[in-house]
Write a protein that binds this ligand. Structure first.
Ligand code: ZN
Length: 232
């Protein structure tokens, strides 16, 4: 599986990626796998080829609310290599997928030799911070219907039309009551925008979901484009 399935490596190019590919291994990440716990040091950096990694803030009552998703568009754990940080949140695999993985220590050495990769990782960290900030504003102001549509669009961008998710999981990640999610989900299904089958949400009409979503998805897409259009 080529490392360029990850968009950061695709941007870096084959010649530069080849300089450190002996340190990269490709592994399958499985739904539910915990990649990091809050305040835990990290020893691996993940560059997903597909699937979704979720950053989740855990509250004392046991609830966990998602603040950001990482997929083939980025990397998880790179700040550890850049600045020796610990994970601030619990980080779990939400949708299974392959990833290129490198040890933090190795990546630190690579970043000295390949500054272009360092620049890409810093840009992605900026994008991830923008995502978390947008999510805070979105959760505070936008209604559940628009938020759920926004959430489906982000997942659609990362993994396509077939999302292996239950409504219960969705409610948990969005930090809303299960009954509210069931209500909105029923409405979307009746309008023909999504269908549900055991543990899966299938997106039927992405353009119409886009019409109903709040502005946050588009705002973040623009941030991503602006950040990465600039030369490395
Ligand atoms: Zn929003």
């Amino acid at each position: 599986m080529p490392h360029s399935n990850n968009r950061l490596f695709a941007r870096l190019g084959v010649a530069d990626t080849d300089r450190f590919k002996s340190h990269l291994t490709v592994t399958q990440l499985h739904q539910g796998e915990v990649l990091a716990d809050a305040h835990q040091g990290l020893n691996k950096v993940y560059f997903p080829h597909g699937g979704i990694i979720s950053c989740v803030v855990e509250l004392k009552n046991g609830e966990g609310i998602e603040t950001g998703m990482i997929g083939a568009d980025g990397a998880f754990g790179a700040m550890q290599a850049l600045d020796d940080k610990v994970s601030l949140n619990r980080v779990i695999v939400q949708v299974s997928g392959a990833a290129s993985i490198i040890e933090v220590e190795r990546l630190r050495e690579v970043l000295g030799a390949v500054p272009e990769l360092r620049a890409l990782l810093v840009k992605y960290e900026q994008f991830f911070l923008a995502q978390v900030q947008q999510t805070a504003a979105c959760n505070a102001v936008h209604d559940i219907h628009a938020r759920m549509c926004r959430w489906l669009l982000r997942m659609h961008d990362l993994v396509g039309v077939d999302l292996p998710l239950t409504q219960e999981f969705l409610a948990q990640m969005m930090g809303v009551r299960r009954t509210s999610v069931t209500e909105v989900a029923g409405e979307l299904q009746r309008a023909g925008l999504v269908t549900y089958s055991r543990g899966h949400v299938h997106i039927e009409a992405v353009a119409r979901i886009r019409e109903r979503a709040c502005e946050c998805h588009e705002t973040l897409q623009l941030h991503y484009e602006r950040l990465f259009q600039r030369p490395v």
